[in-house]
Design a protein around this ligand. Structure first.
Ligand code: MTE
Length: 337
């Protein structure tokens, strides 16, 4: 099935971000911000201090999302000293293999994904299983803006302002039973709208699956996101609902979720199933444990180019060690990569 597996190794430091990204960004940065704000910024601009996201493109948010924005806790978590990645880069340099294996494919192809209506199933070892329309699923939760670093296993990184709510809040709602030890997530399977799922070259056994240990899922940093840059998620970034686990490599942050199951046994996750010696279940960002085919000691912060590669050292747990290292005390991180 899908994927040129070598995609992961594509991430050479010499790789150049497409010129179009730079051109558009320069045009925006060099142009009049005030004029841009008048045309491109969505209505929430005042509430969110959207001048922080100068190049954001307005979306077409569903009504429930716009209502929630009014009560959003802005900048609930920030990334001190980090510049937010331009919206254009965050939305045109993506991994979403359901829409193709190249970085520009998700932006080009994900328009076919229909995100309304959207149903989320919660099942398995829970006291309160359910099947929800997304707007009902979201009712109990206040949105928070979380500005997190995102570090891909391919050694590029970004800084993204997400809008979401703690996964722990969902777990509290659904009441895991005493048997629940892991949480398993499943992406939509719909070959009609997802060309990657129709590809005869695909290596992935669809649907895309990810998982966390229950205590990892309870960590306050783990969120389910429905938006970014003060607006709803663009399709290529995993609309309408995705996981964000900032201390783990990006492949753990599964997109376009339709099913969340509490389970007893460790789930068999997509990348682990494809290449277990390269992609582990834990996938914690760790500069001391290299990928078999490249170093993880450094990363390329986007935007980057030939003359400004923007390479920097990778931080343990992606800079979130204080919050998460305790989850792994006593665990050999070389074996449990
Ligand atoms: N989720 C699904 N369903 N399919 C995917 O191909 N790619 C993962 C993750 N979630 C992926 C996915 C990988 S490898 C990364 S690095 C991040 O999404 C990228 O998220 P971004 O495109 O929003 O930066």
């Amino acid at each position: 099935m899908l994927i040129k597996l070598s995609k992961a190794s594509d991430c050479k430091e010499s790789e150049i971000t497409p010129e179009s990204l730079y051109v558009s960004r320069r045009a925006i940065l060099g142009g009049s911000l005030a004029a841009l704000a008048a045309t491109a910024l969505p209505r929430w601009a005042g509430a969110a201090d959207a001048s922080r996201y100068a190049d954001v493109e307005a979306g077409r948010a569903p009504g429930w999302f716009s209502d929630k924005l009014a009560a959003t806790k802005w900048q609930a978590v920030t990334a001190p000293g980090e510049a937010i990645t331009p919206f254009k880069d965050a939305t045109h340099y993506n991994n979403f293999y359901e829409f193709g294996a190249d970085k520009g494919d998700p932006a080009a192809n994900a328009g076919s994904l229909k995100t309304e209506p959207w149903t989320v199933v919660v099942d398995g070892e829970v006291g309160k299983p359910g099947r929800y329309a997304l707007e009902d699923f979201m009712k109990p939760y206040q949105l928070e803006e979380r500005i997190y670093r995102l570090r891909c296993v391919e050694a590029w990184s970004m800084v993204i302002p997400w809008l979401g709510f703690p996964l722990s809040a969902l777990l509290k709602q659904v009441e895991p039973t005493s048997k629940a030890r892991f949480i398993r997530f499943e992406t939509l399977q719909d070959p009609k709208s997802m060309p990657g799922q129709r590809s005869s070259f695909a290596l992935i056994d669809w649907p895309y699956i990810e998982g966390l240990r229950l205590d990892e899922a309870m960590n306050p940093l783990a969120i389910l996101a429905v938006g970014m840059y003060g607006r709803e998620l663009p399709n290529q970034n995993g609309a309408p609902l995705r996981l964000v686990v900032p201390w783990k490599y990006g492949f753990k942050s599964i997109k376009s979720i339709v099913r969340i199951s509490l389970v007893e046994a460790q789930p068999r996750t997509t990348w682990q199933a494809i290449a277990p010696e390269e992609y582990g279940f834990y996938a914690n960002v760790n500069p001391e444990v290299d990928h078999p085919r490249w170093t993880q000691a450094r990363e390329r912060r986007l935007p980057s180019g030939l003359f400004s590669p923007n390479v920097r050292p990778t931080q343990m747990f992606n800079g979130y060690a204080e919050e998460v290292a305790g989850l792994y005390s006593g665990l050999d991180l070389r074996k449990n990569y």
